[in-house]
Write a protein that binds this ligand. Structure first.
Ligand code: FES
Length: 353
């Protein structure tokens, strides 16, 4: 494809037609702050924190939504640009209840990062939080719209990536807010609790409720793993605090097969791991009661019973059902065992949980 050239901060740069100024700048190591920009979703240019100066244009332009054009001359670092970006951050701060002391996102908040970047001690505007009640009507996701900056990232991931179409803006002007239809709580809407909005939220407006007070962002160690719930093989990060899994997060950088998307089980269904009632040893039923056994005893018991059934009724009286939680190699070995050792083709696979 024919490339075009433009200049950003005095540096001659080549770009592909259709790219935005933001994309080209970032590819070339030029930092532009963003808030509403979310890769993989529609460009909306809503927050204006990414504004840049373009030679010949009277107004500052949102770089995230501005396509490059041949000969364009862009400046990302002029006093006018920095002052405009700073004012946007101050206005966002002043329009919400951004109390980092009690915010779960403290240390992982993009608004907080920008306040620090622009060295803002205090917004020059009066702080006027809207005073919405915090939504705690479900056990998985907490929503505090007083911390919402109306970037719309949650709406776009919900509609465009997850295609659940639960969230949208409602009301107008200073009363504008984000939520399900008819201002319902998540639990009363058709939300499936995939939690993509939690990952997309740049502030503490939408947070994982299970991990509240379970560890600050800088204390958590992320361990990349493959979800064991079904056979898709979704990539996820287990967030550990002092050796305990406190939450699961996805990342758009994870690539195939899920590109950061998770289902309700993968994101919120890992609490069984540390549950005191978790089954950790095999159980054998004797006289109607279950008793704990060693693995050796359990395997011997299974082998004896299967051999006895096979001797009495033939191999086709037995069947094997394997699991999507197993690896391909384990499933291969299982069918081999059922076919070659047991002697029947009665073998199937649950395909999903
Ligand atoms: Fe460009 Fe919000 S990041 S307008």
């Amino acid at each position: 494809m024919n490339k075009i050239s433009l200049t950003i901060n005095g540096k001659k740069i080549e770009a592909v037609p259709g790219q935005t100024v933001l994309e080209v700048a970032r590819e070339n190591g030029i930092d532009i702050p963003t808030l509403c920009y979310y890769p993989g979703t529609k460009l909306v240019g809503a927050c204006r924190v990414c504004v840049v100066e373009i030679e010949g244009q009277r107004c500052l332009a949102a770089s995230c939504a501005m396509p490059v054009s041949p000969g364009m001359v862009v400046r990302t670092d002029t006093p006018r640009v920095v002052e405009a970006q700073k004012m946007v951050v101050e206005l966002l701060w002043a329009s919400g209840d951004h109390n980092c002391l009690v915010c779960e996102a403290n240390g992982n908040c993009e608004l907080q990062d920008l306040v620090y970047r622009f060295k803002i001690e205090k917004p020059r505007f009066p702080i006027e939080p809207p005073g919405y009640p915090v939504e705690r009507s479900n056990t998985m996701i907490q929503r505090d719209l007083n911390k919402c900056i109306l970037c719309g990232r949650c709406i776009r991931v919900c509609n465009e990536i997850q295609v659940n179409e639960v969230l949208d803006f409602s009301e107008r002007g200073s009363r504008m807010k984000v939520g399900p239809a008819f201002d319902a709580d998540y639990i009363d809407s058709n939300c499936v609790f995939c939690g993509a909005c939690v990952d997309a939220c740049p502030t503490g407006a939408i947070v994982n409720r299970q991990s509240r007070f379970e560890g600050r962002p800088w204390e958590l160690k992320k361990v990349r793993t493959t979800c064991g719930y079904c056979g898709v093989g979704c990539q996820m990060d287990l967030n550990l605090h002092e050796g305990r899994i406190v939450k699961v997060t996805g990342s758009r950088d994870h690539g195939t097969p899920n590109y950061g998307s998770l289902c309700v089980k993968g994101r919120f269904g890992m609490d069984f791991i540390h549950h005191p009632s978790r089954l950790k040893k095999p159980l054998i039923r004797e006289g109607g009661e279950l008793r704990e056994a060693s693995w050796d005893e359990a395997y011997s018991y299974i082998a004896d019973r299967m051999s006895a059934i096979k001797a009495k009724h033939g191999p086709d009286s037995l069947a094997g059902l394997s699991s999507a939680r197993c690896t391909n190699e384990e499933n291969y070995l299982f069918q081999k065992f059922i076919r070659a050792a047991v002697g029947t083709n009665n073998v199937d696979h649950c395909a999903r949980l």
